[in-house]
Design a protein around this ligand. Structure first.
Ligand code: HEC
Ligand code: HEC
Length: 267
């Protein structure tokens, strides 16, 4: 595990990354998290947006390792984008997509990263698979949906709730032994003791509860495999059904359970 002070410094840096991009304060005049595909009318452009949402929600059926069309088996696991990007990218602090279209391309580690590259970053690590062809129908649909989710959101600004909320460090270091007890109490009922969640029965692809580690989950290069990302995500979003305004775990419990999971994340 990385040294505790390094992690504290790194989460400050994470909060400041996306240089040159402004952040709006919480007291927003507009709720940006309201995009709703059911309001869209007919038409080819809207069909592309609808397909994009379907790809986020039902990823394994379309582009997962068991997708019906073998040519589209790009992901190496059966997670959905929505397994992490909750509510199809509309949940604050669950890495939502509201400001994504308006803030890409973005400077990341001295390199200009395009939105296609960012999506393929998740394809290769979070989805443990192959990159989507940059001009393919699936990439176009994902971008059309991400653009739609950000309709009218301010250009060049990351609205409040984007990304993950860096979790403050605590007096006590993260402790995997305490974390094991947190997992048993708050997580195992859904994700199971073996971390493999619950498969969906109909259709036979994907999960109702996604696996947290192993061949059917993200790989060690994924953002979620990092202690500070996992702790922040878990604190603000798990047990499933809560949000950042009403967390169930204490900050310490979130660090501890992330420390318990981290060796499994690393493979
Ligand atoms: C295992 C969890 C996980 C899965 C599955 C996943 N992602 Fe991500 N994704 C993340 C995390 C974590 C971030 C980074 C959040 C941050 O940097 O604050 C991220 C960031 C992104 C971003 C950048 C958003 C922004 O503006 O900050 C895009 C776009 C994205 N993912 C697309 C996808 C797509 C499309 C899929 C499915 C093909 C997918 N992701 C699957 C965890 C995941
Ligand atoms: C009520 C059932 C439930 C409980 C309890 C629960 N989760 Fe989840 N978890 C989910 C579901 C469902 C998703 C995926 C959301 C979706 O598909 O819309 C998820 C997603 C996740 C993810 C991202 C996806 C992945 O596969 O890695 C992580 C990490 C996670 N949960 C960790 C935890 C931890 C740690 C706990 C305990 C503190 C916990 N969860 C408790 C149901 C639950």
């Amino acid at each position: 595990m990385r040294d505790w002070a390094t992690i504290a410094a790194a989460s400050v840096i994470a909060a400041l990354s996306g240089l040159g991009i402004g952040y709006l304060l919480w007291a927003w005049p507009t709720n940006w998290y309201t995009a709703d595909v059911s309001r869209l009318g007919p038409g080819a452009e809207n069909d592309l947006i609808r397909y994009g949402k379907d790809l986020i929600v039902d990823t394994p059926r379309h582009i997962g390792k068991s997708a019906s069309d073998p040519a589209l088996r790009f992901a190496g696991n059966d997670l959905a984008c929505q397994s992490c990007h909750l509510d199809a990218g509309l949940q604050p602090f669950a890495a939502p997509f509201v400001s994504t279209f308006a803030t890409y391309p973005m400077m990341v580690n001295d390199h200009v990263q395009t939105l296609r590259e960012r999506i393929n970053g998740c394809m290769t690590r979070s989805m443990n698979g192959k990159p989507l062809p940059e001009d393919g129908h699936e990439m176009q649909a994902l971008i059309a949906y991400i653009k739609f989710v950000g309709t009218d959101s301010p250009e060049g600004v990351r609205v409040a709730g984007m990304g993950l909320r860096p979790l403050p460090t605590t007096a006590e270091q993260p402790d995997a032994t305490r974390g094991e007890a947190v997992y048993a109490k708050f997580c195992a009922n859904c994700h199971k003791a073996d971390g493999q969640g619950e498969k969906r029965l109909t259709p036979h692809v994907g999960y109702t509860i996604p696996p947290l580690w192993g061949d059917d989950s993200f790989n060690a290069g994924a953002g979620m495999a990092k202690l500070d990302y996992a702790a922040a995500y878990i604190h603000d979003n798990m047990p499933f059904g809560i949000d950042y305004q009403d967390p169930v775990l204490t900050v310490q419990q979130a660090w501890d359970v992330a420390a318990y999971l981290e060796p499994a994340f690393a493979g």
